[in-house]
Write a protein that binds this ligand. Structure first.
Ligand code: ADP
Ligand code: 5GP
Length: 194
């Protein structure tokens, strides 16, 4: 019997809006869903593990992957490379697992242009003040980085209309329910009709 391929889920939103929090909840509750582990040239934050949160690489290593077409998409964000290793994504989808790409808007547009079949979701915050509060609350970034991220957030919000779905992360449990129901709806839409 053929396996239904999984959903390719493009999940974006400004840094600090709560993507990681919601993805962790999704992975804990859905055994049919995995997160694509990206490569990045940025330094690990305290507690981040190589191969779990990101594959931490040098610029030369990422540029080599770009030349070999080993990345499904890539972008430069706040001065660092970020990219999605292609092979792992394709393998998960073939095995019927949903794959979440937690990626910035530039990378998301590349996936929208290159892939036929995907679900795109943009996560938003109630206000820019709340975004800044969350970025500071995470306590992992220096002041200059917070300002860079806030600037980036403003330009990222301009891409919101390119996404199929927008989810407001006002309260974690409510946002999770919205996200999960989008996945359920899109999964059932993909199932072959009798
Ligand atoms: P991202 O992955 O988008 O950069 P995180 O998931 O790291 O964002 O969240 C940034 C900070 O905001 C974290 O400290 C997280 O606990 C907090 N946070 C996430 N969602 C909410 C929410 N709905 N209400 C309040 N704080 C939140
Ligand atoms: P952070 O440094 O906060 O982990 O991530 C910064 C931004 O890069 C976030 O918007 C995040 O979604 C995005 N990002 C993470 N991995 C990738 C990736 O593989 N490709 C692209 N294009 N963006 C990514």
């Amino acid at each position: 019997m053929a396996i239904d391929p999984g959903l390719l889920i493009v999940f974006s939103g400004p840094s600090g809006c709560g993507k990681g929090t919601l993805v962790a909840k999704l992975l804990a509750q859905r055994t049919d869903t995995v997160l694509s582990v990206s490569v990045t040239t940025r330094a690990p934050r305290p507690g981040e593990i190589d191969g779990v949160h990101y594959f931490f690489k040098t610029r030369e290593e990422v540029e080599q992957m770009i030349r070999e077409d080993a990345l499904l998409e890539y972008a430069q964000y706040s001065g660092n490379y970020y990219g999605t290793p292609r092979a792992a994504v394709e393998e998960h989808l073939r095995a019927g697992r949903n794959v979440i790409l937690e990626i910035d808007v530039q990378g998301a547009v590349q996936v929208m242009e290159r892939c036929d079949d995907y679900v795109s979701i943009f996560l938003t915050v109630p206000s820019m003040e709340e975004l800044e509060r969350r970025l500071r609350g995470r306590g992992t970034e220096e002041e200059a980085w917070i300002q860079t991220r806030m600037q980036a957030a403003k330009s990222e919000l301009e891409y919101i209309g390119r996404y199929q779905y927008t989810v407001l992360n006002d309260e974690v449990d409510a946002a999770f329910e919205r996200l999960n129901s989008i996945i359920e709806t899109e999964k059932s839409r993909k199932q072959p009709q009798e």
